[in-house]
Design a protein around this ligand. Structure first.
Ligand SMILES: N[C@@H](CCC(=O)N[C@@H](CS)C(=O)NCC(=O)O)C(=O)O
Length: 209
């Protein structure tokens, strides 16, 4: 398997953390969606990362779809999401909220970085900021009511998604994050960063156009 994309992306990193936890062997191609856009286009017309090229040669995109494929081949007993039912939906619900945050964080970052010659859209910036704060508040309330180290007892895709996204928010939007204290989310993020699976796949954010 080949994983394409840099670990400073929360989407790429959540896939990489799962690969580490599942103990699945893969090659990593840390291509930038900007500097290496033409290379990314050779495997995906969407030119987004992550892309996972399977051993069969399929190029999978979209982190949820990639993780679905990995969950299928995960070693017995090590899966990061229950197979079915409410327990599965709960994990996916939290992970989807976190990844929605990731979309907003990246979108807001591009708005700041790319709009150098024209005025930024204040309507879009305000909307993204509001969405980020509201989802973080929602997750903070839910997380603060949980006594376990991990959201659903054992580590799942939900914890990984929240931790990966919290990191990019602190790196890409430090002022926004500093506006509100969210101790439960921060503690969970820091706990995840101490895990070997997270330490193995870390890259500080660097935007290279
Ligand atoms: N929903 C996608 C989001 C992927 C995504 O937005 N990746 C960013 C990198 S952090 C990207 O490729 N951006 C380039 C673009 O949108 O053209 C996923 O979960 O895989």
């Amino acid at each position: 398997m080949i994983l394409i994309g840099q670990y400073d992306s929360p989407f790429v990193r959540r896939v990489a953390v799962a690969l580490q936890i599942y103990g699945l062997r893969y090659e990593h191609r840390p291509w930038s969606v900007w500097a290496d856009a033409d290379k990314v286009a050779t495997v995906s017309p969407l030119r987004r990362v992550p892309v996972l090229v399977t051993d069969d040669g399929d190029a999978l995109v979209e982190s949820f779809a990639i993780l679905d494929a990995l969950d299928d081949i995960a070693p017995e007993g090590r899966t990061l999401v229950p197979r079915s039912g409410k327990a599965r939906r709960d994990v996916l619900r939290v992970a989807a909220l976190a990844m929605g945050l990731g979309d907003k964080a990246v979108s807001l970052l591009y708005e700041h970085v790319l709009r150098t010659d024209v005025a930024r859209s204040e309507v879009w910036v305000t909307r993204c900021r509001r969405q980020i704060h509201d989802v973080l508040d929602h997750l903070e309330r839910e997380r603060a009511a949980i006594a376990f180290d991990y959201w659903f007892g054992a580590l799942t895709h939900a914890d990984i998604a929240v931790a990966c996204v919290y990191r990019i928010l602190t790196e890409a939007h430090p002022t926004l994050i500093a506006e509100v204290e969210r101790p439960a989310l921060r503690a969970m993020w820091e706990r995840c960063e101490r895990l070997d699976a997270f330490k193995a796949v870390v890259q500080p954010l660097h935007v290279q156009l």
